[in-house]
Design a protein around this ligand. Structure first.
Ligand code: PGA
Length: 251
């Protein structure tokens, strides 16, 4: 059975003290209720070691927003998958459009990162999605198929461990959301590609999250689609009221 997941992506926001306060507040807000989805928070690297022991691991999984494409060694400023895992974090966002666009992460780099994350027991949340011009040219299926192909080098067993996130770049941080119908259409297409490659069972079990200006007011409609298994949340993950509003879309 695939999981419903609401994952927050804090991006480059919050000082350590603010991040600790946000994590504590979220932990408190979720303490007394049962959630109908897995909840994950992906934080800047420096927050991980402090935030991980603060939250109830049964309620909240913690993840990084990136990891290095090398195992270890002379790579000044990088943080390895092993280091992320050593904090108790269980997830890592990889292939986010901001990393692809601003830090020039190529298919080869992402391939190395995904494999290292899996080697160190982290669950990659692998992001794919088209830019506005590609959507306007009706090329979104082609684009996501190409991006997805970079994780299709994984064995069936390894692919079964990853979470996918469809994030149309034109919807990220813009206030423009894909319509529920647009989301369902492309999520179903993504699942069909997974089925072609790994078979129906793997495809049925694969969680495919939607990301891009998801908020409490549109989450329920988006998540009601059969192929939308939750969300990857940026801006709205920085407020407990908004993030919880999205989590509650599954209640
Ligand atoms: P947003 O970001 O919710 O602020 O649009 C989503 C993301 O980039 O993961």
């Amino acid at each position: 059975m695939r999981k419903n997941i609401v994952a927050g992506n804090w991006k480059m926001n919050k000082t350590l003290q603010e991040g600790i306060a946000l994590a504590k507040e979220l932990d408190g807000a979720l303490a007394s209720e049962k959630q109908n989805c897995d909840v994950i928070i992906c934080t800047p690297f420096i927050h991980l070691a402090s935030v991980t022991p603060l939250v109830n691991p049964v309620k909240i999984g913690v993840g990084a927003e990136n990891c290095a494409d090398k195992e270890s060694g002379a790579y000044t400023g990088e943080v390895s998958a092993a280091m992320v895992a050593s904090t108790g974090a269980k997830y890592v966002i990889l292939g986010h459009s901001e990393r692809r666009a601003y830090y020039h992460e190529t298919v080869e780099i992402l391939d190395a990162k995904v494999k290292l994350a899996l080697t160190h027991g982290l669950t990659p949340i692998f992001c794919i999605g088209e830019v506005l011009e590609e959507r306007e040219a009706n090329k979104q299926n082609e684009v996501v198929a190409t991006q997805l192909a970079s994780v299709f080098s994984l064995s069936k067993e390894d692919f079964s461990k990853i979470v996918l996130a469809y994030e149309p770049v034109w919807a990220i941080g813009t206030g423009k959301t894909a319509s529920p119908a647009q989301a369902q259409e492309i999520h179903a297409f993504i699942r069909s590609l997974v089925a072609e490659k790994y078979g129906k069972e793997v495809a049925d079990d694969c969680s495919i999250l939607y990301g891009g200006s998801c908020k409490p007011s549109n989450a329920k409609e988006l998540f009601a689609n059969p192929d939308v298994d939750g969300g990857l949340i940026g801006g709205a993950a920085l407020s407990v009221a908004d993030f919880k509003g999205i989590i509650d879309a599954f209640n």
